[in-house]
Design a protein around this ligand. Structure first.
Ligand code: AMP
Length: 285
């Protein structure tokens, strides 16, 4: 695995691959890699000849109150895991390489980015789409793999590709979970043992919505209210949102239908976690 830190070196390495006529797959991450990230690498390897991974903790997508400084950066572990998973090129720029001091142009994510995650984290998706657009321009991949774990992000990346006419195929991969259902997240390492046990109630809540849906319940209020009772009544959990939405528009439908998404965000202690499930669909599809 080659490791590069400059845009010029990344472009040169990918340029050689393209000159050989090979397909380039791209997996953007913020590092602190886990099996979820590695599953995206596996998908990229299936669909391309050469997989590029970026590890960049993007300051633009963090609010001043958020965990930018504390975000884990286990660089050596990440290199081992990326190499073991079969990444061909690891692009690990620092902030000054990615953001020119006099930069002025950013991507605006629009209305879809003002709901749910975007409502709780104003400006977050503008920061995400700005860095994704830059990374797409640097790597010029044929395909790029994102996780359904960040469902609203994946819908916005799809909109970015459509609205800016990028010639990139987007692949959205299923959520990788711990044995007990907790969705893997780099932020799980912030959790104490008690918080880790309590965090399980997010996926449990979603599963209870899925069960109610499968037993025939279609009324949104009934589905959401039934599930709220499952969320841990624990002083360390604060629900941010729990809703059933159309998985493309993120609007709440009149009645729940197969393919809608149940989405949840909650703070467990000081750690903000998100999860989702698609109604009527196997979680691993
Ligand atoms: P992050 O490093 O958190 O920015 O995530 C990088 C990519 O990994 C995003 O496309 C995420 O959706 C994806 N990802 C994060 N956690 C998981 C997971 N548990 N399963 C699958 N993909 C994930």
């Amino acid at each position: 695995m080659e490791i590069v830190t400059t845009i010029a070196a990344a472009r040169a390495a990918v340029g050689e691959v393209r000159a050989r006529g090979e397909r380039v797959g791209f997996v953007p991450t913020m590092g602190a890699l886990h099996e979820g990230h590695l599953s995206l690498v596996a998908r990229s390897r299936q669909a391309s000849d050469f997989t590029v991974m970026s590890v960049f903790v993007n300051p633009l997508q963090f609010a001043p109150t958020e965990d930018l400084a504390a975000y884990p950066r286990p660089i050596e572990d990440d290199e081992h895991l990326a190499e073991g998973a079969g990444v061909n090129l690891l692009f690990r720029p620092d902030v000054s390489e990615m953001y020119h001091l006099s930069r002025t142009v950013t991507v605006t994510a629009g209305d879809l980015a003002r709901q749910w995650e975007g409502a709780s984290r104003p400006g977050h998706f503008d920061g995400v789409l700005t860095v994704v657009a830059k990374l797409f321009n640097i790597i010029s991949p044929d395909i790029s793999v994102f996780g359904r774990k960040d469902l609203q992000q994946s819908v916005l990346v799809s909109a970015l590709i459509r609205d800016l006419n990028l010639d990139i195929e987007l692949v959205v991969a299923p959520i990788v979970r711990e044995f007990d259902g907790l969705a893997l997240s780099s932020r799980n390492r912030y959790l104490s043992a008690h918080e880790r046990a309590t965090a399980l109630s997010l996926s449990r809540t979603l599963r209870s919505i899925q069960q109610l849906f499968k037993s025939g319940e279609r009324d949104l209020e009934a589905l959401e209210a039934g599930a709220r009772g499952v969320l841990a009544r624990d002083a360390c959990v604060t629900l941010d949102y729990l809703a059933i939405v159309d998985r493309e528009t993120f609007q709440r439908p009149g009645r729940a239908t197969s393919g809608n998404a149940a989405i949840i965000a909650a703070r467990v202690g000081t750690t903000r976690l998100i999860d989702n499930m698609i109604l009527g669909q196997d979680d691993q599809d």
